[in-house]
Design a protein around this ligand. Sequence first.
Ligand code: ADP
Ligand code: MG
Length: 703
Amino acid sequence: MSKLLETEITYLQGVGPKRAKLLEEELGIRTFKDLLFHFPYRYIDRSRFYKVSELTKDLPYIQIKGRFSDFEITTIGKNKKKLSGYFTDNTGIVEIVWFQSINWIKDSVSRSKEYVLFGKPKAFGNRLNIVHPDIEEYDKWQKKLVNALYPQYSTTEKLKNNYINTKSIQKLVDTLFKKLKGQIPESLPPYLRKKYNLQDLESSLLQIHFPTSTQELTKAQYRIKFEELFYIQLNLIQIKLNRQAASKGFVFDKSKDKLVKECFFKKIPFDLTNAQTRVLREIRNDIMSGKQMNRLLQGDVGSGKTLVALLTALIAIDNGFQACIMAPTEILAQQHYRSISKFLDGLDINVQLLTGSTKKKERTKLHESLLSGELSLLIGTHALIEDTVKFKNLGMVVIDEQHRFGVEQRAKLWQKNSLPPHVLIMTATPIPRTLAMTLYGDLDVSVIDELPPGRTPIITKHFKDSDRLRVFGFLKKQIKLGRQAYVVFPLISESENMDYKDLEDGVEGYSRAFPIPEYQISVLHGRMKPDQKEISMSYFEKGDTNIMISTTVIEVGVDVPNATVMIIESAERFGLSQLHQLRGRVGRGSEQSYCLLMTGEKLSENGYNRISTMVNSTDGFEIAETDLKLRGPGDLEGKQQSGFAFDLKMANLSQDGQLIQYVKEIADYILNKDPELKHPDNHILNFTLKELNKGKIHLGEIS
Ligand code: ADP
Ligand code: MG
């Protein structure tokens, strides 16, 4: 992009060093370009007048038209005065309040004239008022009105205190446009703009800051959204094509199947589900193709991903390669190690576990047997990606629960062999399709959309704290039937101490209601040492304890089929996908399972929506879609970890699904014809993409 746009904002008339510093600190505006792309967060329709009788405290900034009937000055506190004006349009009266410029207002506002007020209604006790509105005579207002749509820019307290508000930002943008007129470089080639009916960049930006009509504004916004999403797809598809062209993959041969068959026929006591079979076939196709596999496997909790991982690893091992399975937590790695060892019991294969708490001596031995090739299957945590871990011939990497690993960590595993190993990434957090296309557009995707047979759907119920005795009574009955239960307390990172307190209080409460020796309780939380955790977990797994009380450490992967009750405390404090993950810990055996969501008496609207979504649905993908809608994509788990610094200024991943699909097809088409974007028509694309990858452009910055 042009040097001109990179000019520092201090060089703009009206911005001195102090303002420049504020703009950068508060809004991240450092250059001309930053200001151009600092879009209004909403527009107010100034052609519309509200009736005074329509006003509520929930309205945003609105406009009313009428006359003042009366004024009143009251003294509040020491030396402080307040001016109240009573404003009416014959549908009602609303109090208008000033704390400053009282005398001036009182003298200059006339009771005989009609005024237009622009402000935000607020509740004051049981009345409404509007504090310090914009005020203008109706006659003058009418003459001045050019744009009905009035942009609002986000500002901060600090900016407001320094007199930088929507109006002053608008003025700066205006100055900037005058300076840049005709010099804002276009970032989409003319043929694309023509074909897809897109406005040019400069007039789109102008329209966004100074809209002339809703229709024109929508066109301009569409152009920017299109561009943001289009470049993301273009980038992802190009990465994928480049990788496919550059990196050959190891070819695994079906005729070598040995361990796979032995494990499958002798060790696995059930048939694979259709979905598992289909996914294994997709994986087979990849690894026989000569290309390196990069596949994302999505499957709801309990859908049987571990088995797919194991069989995939065994295929590699049958072909004379090593394999590793990496999990995000120590508990989960141990759990995988145990369940996989069970499946492999008696077969001729060397499996080991490597985690942060593996002792030095064992570790050294393990390193040696990895290098010599004697060790075939390594299961572990992040410890696997340390540089000291070297394989003789790593052919397959399985990463469980992808959202906890970043792109860089993945890349480290890539590099553990001369040719990159095949990679299978598994996630139990269902990702809505549109988001998957954007987060994982460079991967092929498989889905397990079917649970193993014989599962009874989990019953989910919502209880308030006042129902606690009933909940405890229910739990006692379940324990009498020989079942086990999880109780989970929220963990919020800001205050580990407070969480711990919640858990401690909770443990105390449960211990009183479920006393020894009739009941046994295990406790598990992040402050415990790894071996303590393991002991606690294994008691529960063996059925020695009835109740497992924990923070969210059990969120991932724990598999105890006899556990039929999941009680989630302060459930309103959890996000939807987390609630769904937790619920997936039960319902793993054939018995009816229950998920009880405990909340306080009062719930926010959003909290209520989350709880009722859980009560009404067990479909992970449906829940993920709702989650995306309720939370917006901004803080979706896994966003940062995936390595894409999303900086979408206009597009919205939860709302623009169709557009994402559309631009993906366009990007596909272009790159298939011109993979390196060498054609002169595509110069702009090539150039912009390179700039994007330097992290220099604001349009949807990507990895
Ligand atoms: P997740 O996808 O959450 O990792 P797991 O792999 O832990 O699920 O599987 C959940 C449970 O289902 C395990 O106890 C596993 O042994 C069992 N399981 C997996 N596949 C099947 C199948 N095809 N039929 C019956 N049970 C299965
Ligand atoms: Mg799992």
